[in-house]
Design a protein around this ligand. Structure first.
Ligand SMILES: Nc1nc2c(ncn2[C@@H]2O[C@H](COP(=O)(O)OP(=O)(O)OP(=O)(O)O)[C@@H](O)[C@H]2O)c(=O)[nH]1
Ligand SMILES: [Zn+2]
Length: 294
């Protein structure tokens, strides 16, 4: 009998696949052991269920996207957790993550945590104006958590954010299930958890799952360098209406005269901080050689 499902977890050559008839422990056939075809969590797979109730993975559906660190496929949305209270989140960090997400075609939610300490008015303004869904929450008081939970229902989400911003606290607040998962880390594994912990998709009671990756900061940002300088403008969705309006074709939107994007910043239509991040990121990618991009 064949079934389809989604890989929630992979440990020691076994994969745990959520299907309509429960979570089935599966082995992968030999060809999947090659790096290029290695199954990752979030993969949609077809499995052959044996008489003993375990399964064999037969095929993997083409991925709609993939994050590399943590390795998760078919992510519907990235949840960027930030805070105006200490440790205050740099907008550049947020913008790196949103740019990566946009480049990969993944939606981004901005979550301002620690609202009990600071409501993060400027962060709220910037990201609302840039067109993102912004949530104000407090893992401490529970404020706003219902709305966030509703936004996670039925989707595959991954969390990112600087250390100490409250990702683990928030996950515990969203679903007590996480308490166990994040609270049971022994002191020994704690030390190495950033590199060695298994990523896993934790299912939410209302449907949907979250990649359980507390401890990473702005994952994947090293790969930021792989966005071509000419593509970077498209990773800032609010630039879109102005991109072809500049005086010169091939405008970099950094210091050029007659730049429509800079004009939109001056007119208050594009948040200044977002353009500053764009310029810094542009600076970091502009000298990349073609062979450094794959
Ligand atoms: N006042 C207040 N404190 C919070 C809130 N959320 C988290 N904290 C506190 O902030 C500290 C860090 O929270 P964590 O949940 O460990 O942060 P994290 O983002 O998972 O940190 P890393 O694991 O280092 O990435 C803890 O002391 C929390 O109690 C909040 O909404 N309000
Ligand atoms: Zn321009």
């Amino acid at each position: 009998m064949t079934e389809t499902g989604i890989i929630l977890k992979g440990i020691g050559g076994f994969y745990y696949v959520r299907t309509q008839s429960g979570v089935i422990e599966c082995k992968a056939r030999g060809r999947f052991r090659k790096a290029a075809e290695k199954p990752v969590i979030g993969d949609r797979v077809t499995i052959e269920v044996q008489d003993d109730g375990t399964g064999y993975m037969m095929s993997i559906e083409p991925r709609k996207n993939q994050l590399l660190r943590p390795a998760v496929a078919n992510v519907d949305q990235l949840v960027v957790v930030c805070s105006a209270a200490p440790p205050k989140t740099e907008t550049l960090l947020i913008d790196k993550v949103t740019a990566i997400a946009a480049h990969k075609g993944i939606d981004t939610l901005i979550v301002i945590n620690k609202c009990d300490l600071d409501r993060g008015d400027r962060l709220y303004q910037i990201y609302t104006q840039a067109g993102f869904s912004v949530f104000r929450v407090s893992a401490e008081t529970g404020e706003g958590v219902d709305a966030l939970r509703a936004a996670l229902a039925g989707k595959v989400s991954a969390f990112a954010g600087n250390s100490g911003v409250g990702k683990s606290s928030l996950l515990n607040c969203i679903d007590a299930e996480f308490n166990m998962k994040t609270g049971s880390i022994s002191p020994k594994t704690e030390r190495g958890r950033h590199t060695t912990r298994h990523v896993e998709l934790v299912e939410l009671p209302g449907g949907g799952c979250i990649a359980d990756t507390p401890g990473f900061s702005a994952f994947d940002t090293e790969k930021m360098d792989l966005i071509r300088k000419d593509d970077l403008q498209y990773a800032f969705p609010e630039f879109e209406p102005y991109i072809n309006q500049c005086r010169f074709t091939g405008c970099a939107h950094v210091k050029e005269k007659g730049c429509a994007i800079r004009a939109a910043v001056e007119d208050g239509k594009i948040p200044r901080e977002r353009h500053e991040s764009y310029c810094k990121l542009y600076e970091s990618v502009k000298n990349l050689k073609e062979w450094e991009l794959k």
